[in-house]
Design a protein around this ligand. Structure first.
Ligand code: SF4
Length: 438
């Protein structure tokens, strides 16, 4: 009898990778994916706990999946990801319908766990912080038709920013062996993948120590030699770990895309210190010309947080000033929210919600105008894009520049997976419109 599975993935790209990893294990165990959870024999919710809102969304989805299971009691229902790690066995106590609680460090054990679940005799909590890394799983045709893929190269974080829950739920940093990463890259290329994004909570602190030490820059240079691979990206980088050697990779590795996501979080040294970020506004600003020197077209995106406890109007203006000076291509901006178990949760001088919302909207308005003027500056220019698939606009295709900007254009599906040249004709806040260059 054919068994089916459905995985709902919330949160970051690392969760997407984890869901795909578990998906590959399930295909090996002869489960088939379905788009409708109502038709699945096994349902997994891969959760995020970084922000309070993400946690609320996960609980609401869990409620809906529990209703499905009540109608079909034979279904195996599991929760994985950061929320699973954070709440652990208490979830099994609170929700009798739940069969599995799987932490992010345990997904390598999924095959073994599945065997136990299938007997129907036990419910499983697997939430230890194992130090071992993932064994690659190669399931043929899993990525068929896809252009872009991910590889998690390191997990966990040692930084303990005072607002962040990640070190508590994803554990300390562990880097995967480079040979496993290279094999996984070759597998993805054989599947038809043209662009690989290397993932890690703190990807540029990658360091694998065995007979010799392999740094992140060494790994990038090795991957750049992978035959058939067209593009390499990585995320998320920590400013304090952006070494000169890594910057040099942008000059030496042609497959490395001209984009870096480099969270700065605040433009005020006082707030950065309270956040325990490990760098100052000045050291962050020093990195920008270095990056633009090696690649003049380098696109920069970042994360910024508004309303951290004790943030004054002056601190906030220092943030606006940094944004105006750097001229980011795009920003992910958030209001600070308390996370239980973090140091900032106990900080005094919390900023009222209304003030946080006002500051966020002021900041977003500034960034919108910068993004738009940068996008408008591309009008009339010819640029290379990797064609990813159909665009959300009917009849159009969607591609991406090396600088990570989306370009919609009219074209036929034979172009998907190819690098082509387009001329930019229109600029919007979140995308560009183009025509194939003749
Ligand atoms: S670097 Fe800071 S914000 Fe990023 S995952 Fe680590 S603790 Fe969290």
């Amino acid at each position: 009898m054919q068994r089916t599975y459905y995985i709902a993935t919330m949160g970051c790209q690392m969760n997407e990778y984890d869901s795909e990893y578990v998906g590959r294990c399930l295909r090996q165990a002869r489960y088939f994916p379905v788009e409708d959870p109502g038709k699945a024999d096994l349902i997994l919710i891969n959760t995020c706990a970084v922000r309070a809102k993400a946690e609320q969304k996960a609980f609401s989805l869990l409620g809906r999946m529990i209703s499905l299971k009540r109608r079909r009691p034979g279904v195996i229902l599991g929760i994985m990801g950061c929320l699973a790690q954070n709440r652990g066995g208490s979830l099994l106590e609170r929700y009798p319908e739940l069969d599995l609680v799987l932490g992010p460090r345990e997904i390598g054990r999924f095959g073994e766990v599945l065997g136990r679940l299938e007997t129907g005799k036990s419910r499983v909590e697997a939430t230890t912080m194992r130090k071992s890394t993932l064994i690659p799983v190669f399931y043929k045709d899993f990525f068929k038709g896809r252009v872009k893929g991910f590889i998690t190269v390191m997990e966990g974080c040692n930084n303990f920013c005072t607002y962040c829950i990640v070190p508590y739920v994803r554990g300390r940093e562990v880097s995967r062996p480079p040979e496993d990463i290279l094999k996984e890259a070759e597998y993805l290329v054989a599947e038809g993948i043209k662009e690989i994004t290397l993932l890690g909570q703190n990807v540029n602190s990658y360091m694998y120590k065995h007979d010799q030490s392999i740094r992140f820059s060494d790994l990038l240079r090795m991957l750049n030699e992978t035959e058939g691979l067209q593009r390499i990206r990585f995320t998320t980088s920590h400013p304090k770990d952006l070494s000169d050697d890594l910057v040099q990779c942008f000059a030496d590795c042609p497959k490395l895309c001209s984009h870096i996501h480099l969270p700065f979080q605040s433009g005020s040294n006082r707030v950065l210190k309270a956040m325990n970020r490990g760098y100052t506004r000045e050291t962050y600003m020093d990195l920008i010309p270095k990056l633009r020197r090696v690649r003049s077209e380098m696109a920069l995106t970042s994360d910024v947080m508004v309303g951290f406890p004790g943030e004054t109007r002056e601190d906030f203006e220092a943030t606006l000033d940094l944004i105006a000076k750097v001229e980011f291509d795009g920003l992910y901006s958030f209001n600070y929210s308390d996370r239980e178990g973090t140091r900032a949760d106990d900080f005094k001088d919390k900023i009222p919600e209304e003030e946080k919302l006002n500051r966020l909207s002021e900041l977003q308005q500034l960034q919108r105008s910068i993004t738009l003027s940068k996008n408008r500056a591309m009008i009339g220019k010819e640029t290379e894009i990797l064609v990813e698939g159909p665009s959300k606009k009917g009849g159009h295709l969607r591609g991406r520049t090396s600088t990570n900007k989306i370009v919609n254009f009219q074209g036929d599906s034979t172009k998907i997976g190819k690098l082509i040249k387009v001329v930019i004709k229109r600029a919007h806040a979140n995308s560009l419109g183009g025509e194939e260059a003749r």
